[in-house]
Design a protein around this ligand. Structure first.
Ligand SMILES: [Mn+2]
Length: 363
């Protein structure tokens, strides 16, 4: 242990301090996850655009607490808070899956929530679009916590605008394709964002790749439209037959067939509702949580990630926070894979970023 470490904030697995005031031994980042403000993983809460631009973090969490566009059970507006709280870790984290401590390689902040208000879909989408664009322009990869899936329209539009003229591919995990033209006449529902993204030119249909589709929706008219756009999709039955890893490898190649950067959209309802019941339109027969977490490591490890969202966590229908925890780990897996990419590309570790000491809240 170095001198610097000895005099820095203590983690819960460090020995008791032998000097100084023991009652001041822990700072905000190393106190337990249930103490203090629930920013994502207790990362610095940095909502101001100028401060964000000055810091230029590698990754910024963005909340999109919006669910005015759902067709069935509401509640995803409470998703960002539930996901932020679904952690028992404080201080540094160590990915056992990837053998890396992400904060040693990436500066990660929580940029707060887009300033949505209820009962106004257009306004909600516009403030989400602006917030995500602001984060992308700071140099950070935005990781957006939904919110219903309609938020992918403004969020991925902002990322597409930022990366232009480079093309953007989308890998989309979901039970549903969300590519209908309208839902009871509404063009901005959570059943339509993927069609809007293709129609607006934000992403080419042939680079829009969906994984995990199943159930009884949509009808053939929508599927025909999707095929006409060149969209590629992989049904849950294909995962059952070929295994997720082979299917996800195909999805990555299809999304990158032209573009060289990827937006990853994860609807938590791609997971079987037995493992993720807290969602608005549950569809039995989905992926295992562990399959999805592995798939996220696979995607983020293989592509240049420009943005990501995790959506449709509806806490009122959750049990024991199991769905929120799955969504939270989707984010941690992506962060860990981003860190591993930086390391494996010969990048340098960083110091600080809010918590430099070794600590963990295992148990
Ligand atoms: Mn969806």
């Amino acid at each position: 242990m170095t001198d610097e470490d000895r005099h820095g904030p203590r983690g819960i697995n460090d020995e008791a301090p032998s000097d100084g005031d023991p009652y001041l031994a822990y700072d905000e980042s190393t106190l337990p996850s249930y103490v203090g403000l629930p920013s994502f993983q207790k990362r610095p809460w940095l909502t101001d655009a100028a401060a964000l631009a000055a810091r230029a973090p590698h990754v910024a969490i963005v909340g999109a607490p919006f669910d005015d566009a759902v067709s069935h059970r509401p509640g995803a507006r409470f998703g960002p808070r539930a996901i932020r709280q679904a952690s028992y870790h404080a201080g540094a984290i160590n990915s056992l899956q990837l053998g890396i401590e992400p904060y040693e390689w990436l500066d990660i902040v929580d940029a707060g929530d887009a300033p949505v208000t209820p009962m106004n879909i257009e306004r909600g989408h516009e403030v989400i679009r602006r917030k995500v664009l602001e984060v992308a322009r700071s140099g950070a990869i935005p990781i957006v916590l939904g919110g219903d899936h309609s938020i992918t329209y403004p969020s991925a539009s902002a990322v597409a605008e930022f990366v232009a003229p480079r093309g953007l591919g989308i890998v989309h995990f979901d039970a549903h394709p969300d590519a209908a033209n309208s839902t009871w006449g509404n063009l901005r529902s959570h059943g339509t964002p993927m069609r809007r993204l293709i129609e607006s030119g934000a992403v080419a249909g042939r680079n829009f790749v969906q994984v995990g589709l199943r159930g009884y929706w949509p009808g053939t008219e929508t599927l025909e439209w999707m095929a006409q756009q060149g969209m590629r999709w992989h049904l849950m039955t294909e995962i059952e037959e070929r295994g997720a890893e082979a299917v996800v490898a195909d999805a990555i190649a299809q999304a990158l067939d032209g573009p060289d950067v990827i937006y990853l959209s994860v609807d938590v309802d791609v997971i079987d509702p037995g493992m993720a019941p807290g969602t608005g339109t549950p569809e039995p027969g989905g992926m295992l949580t562990r399959e999805l977490l592995r798939a996220i490591r696979q995607v983020v490890g293989a592509v240049e990630l420009a943005g990501m969202d995790v959506v449709e966590v509806a806490p009122p229908f959750d049990h024991a926070d199991v769905t929120a925890a799955a969504a939270h780990r989707c984010v941690l897996e992506a962060i860990s894979a981003l860190a591993a990419r930086r390391r494996d590309a010969g990048g340098s570790p960083i110091r600080g970023g809010g918590s430099a000491t070794e600590t963990s809240g295992g148990g």
